[in-house]
Design a protein around this ligand. Structure first.
Ligand SMILES: NC(=O)c1ccc[n+]([C@@H]2O[C@H](COP(=O)([O-])OP(=O)(O)OC[C@H]3O[C@@H](n4cnc5c(N)ncnc54)[C@H](OP(=O)(O)O)[C@@H]3O)[C@@H](O)[C@H]2O)c1
Length: 227
């Protein structure tokens, strides 16, 4: 069976990805900042291995990549993300608030992807999936608020669209997905979708991807989204 690697797999969408792929018989590499006492993640049955990975810490990433060795990864899911503070006015934006959100959402997925590219390249499916957001779409999402999160996801989209072109010759594809508005700690209890609904759709959409989709931005149901 194929192998999927998920960042931020201890709760929210990452946990649901791990549950569904494990139930489907995939080999699951579930990563999270602190693998000790990960509750629900530790209880998932199947072919699942849990690793510690703090995506903002280069030493953690280097250690993790060494532990992984040459293991092929069919689908790498850059899921870990943060919302951060929600300034509604430019005057309220601070560099101190903006920086960690930008590092987590926009920069870390590229650093994780480039570190694990050899593993994805060694697989059959060769797919990098980035969990972005419609909030990063300038056409769909721009509004006079939420500067920090919106800009971080727009930057993720651009960084990974550039990377998709750079790695095209390796046969590895990189795509962006909006998961919908989902009932997680980030999405809140009033969100439109349950994690199970979002991830069921996302997995079906990921399953249909081909290399020609590389560099594109999709809704969770597989329909294209504008930048
Ligand atoms: N929920 C929505 O409605 C929605 C909508 C659009 C996009 N998204 C995107 O979907 C992805 C998952 O969101 P979610 O709703 O599942 O959020 P969540 O419930 O807040 O979970 C976020 C996950 O990311 C992990 N994480 C954050 N920073 C990390 C770091 N530096 N290193 C490693 N892991 C880190 C968290 O780990 P800890 O437990 O250690 O903090 C947690 O596992 C995010 O990229 C988010 O932007 C969500």
């Amino acid at each position: 069976m194929p192998t999927v690697l998920i960042t931020g797999a201890n709760r929210g969408l990452g946990l649901e990805f791990a549950k569904q792929y494990a139930a489907d018989g995939w080999s699951v590499i579930a990563t999270c900042r602190n693998p000790i006492g990960v509750g629900e993640l530790a209880q998932i049955e199947g072919n699942i291995a849990v690793y510690g990975l703090e995506i903002l810490d280069p030493a953690s990433l280097t250690r993790f990549a060494a532990d992984l060795g040459d293991k092929p990864i069919d689908v790498l899911i850059n899921n870990a993300g943060v919302y951060g503070p929600k300034p509604v006015k430019a005057a309220d934006v601070t560099v101190a608030d903006w920086t960690p959100v930008f590092q987590t959402n926009a920069m870390a997925p590229l650093l994780v992807s480039r570190t694990l590219l050899k593993n994805v390249k060694a697989s059959e499916r060769k797919m990098i999936v980035n969990i972005s957001s419609i909030m990063g779409s300038i056409e769909k999402g721009a509004g006079p608020s939420e500067y920090i999160y919106r800009s971080s996801k727009a930057a993720l989209n651009m960084a990974m669209a550039c990377y998709a072109e750079e790695i095209a010759e390796t046969g590895v594809a990189a795509v962006m997905f909006h998961p919908g508005w989902v009932q997680t700690d980030m999405g809140g209890p009033n969100a439109a979708l349950t994690p199970a609904e979002s991830i069921t759709h996302l997995r079906a959409s990921i399953e249909k991807l081909t290399f020609t989709d590389s560099g594109k931005f999709f809704n969770y149901d597989g329909t294209p989204l504008p930048w």
